[in-house]
Design a protein. Structure first.
Ligand code: HEC
Length: 177
């Protein structure tokens, strides 16, 4: 059974800091990347992948495993789709806080935010919930194994574009060094 996320957090400050950190990170990434999209011309802050480090020693993303994608899709439909939607599109108002102070479920496809996080972070979020934040995201500790969570992530990856996949692979690879 899903456990509710602990309601330990009094306000949204740390989420706001988190979001600012992400925006700031992309600003740095964009600024540090010569020849990439000028942030002033970009209407999409999520173009963080323009900061892909072409000269780095990061290997190409490994091929996705069809068996794990299929397993992940079944688990997604069972445990996640009720909130994040069958087509992964999440809630249309996912960026706006609701009356109870939580945010609606975000998309899991390329229009969302999940691909901004490394696998290691995503496994923790899905297994343990979002720390210190009043959140509607349940925890799956004791319900899903890490391997099952990784299968769900494999399914998400199969739905992202090449750029999101490459960006998320790069941060995952770097986080494992
Ligand atoms: C009861 C509804 C609900 C269910 C079921 C649910 N989620 Fe969530 N999820 C949310 C909400 C709400 C958020 C946004 C939390 C926040 O920002 O405070 C969220 C956030 C997330 C995030 C963070 C995204 C980001 O960009 O930071 C991930 C990843 C995620 N969910 C994956 C899953 C997976 C995988 C499952 C199934 C195993 C699942 N969720 C099941 C409601 C749900």
């Amino acid at each position: 059974m899903q456990k509710p996320c602990p309601r330990s957090r009094p306000d949204r400050t740390s989420r706001e800091i988190r979001l600012l950190a992400v925006v700031g990170m992309f600003a740095v990434v964009l600024a540090g990347c010569s020849g990439s999209v000028d942030p002033a011309e970009s209407t999409q802050p999520q173009l963080g992948f323009t900061g892909l480090d072409a000269a780095s020693d990061v290997p190409d993303p490994p091929d996705l495993d069809a068996g794990r994608i299929a397993t992940g899709e079944v688990l997604y439909r069972q445990y996640c789709a009720s909130c994040h939607k069958a087509d992964l599109s999440g809630d249309t108002n996912w960026m706006s806080r609701t009356d109870d102070g939580t945010y609606p479920p975000p998309p899991q496809d390329a229009t969302g935010h999940t691909w901004h996080h490394a696998d290691q972070v995503l496994v923790e979020i899905i297994r343990d919930g979002i720390p210190n934040v009043l959140s509607g995201m349940p925890t799956f500790q004791g319900t899903l194994t890490d391997e099952e969570i990784l299968s769900i992530l494999e399914f998400f990856k199969s739905e992202w574009g090449e750029d999101e996949r490459a960006f998320q692979w790069q941060i995952t690879w770097k986080a494992s060094r």
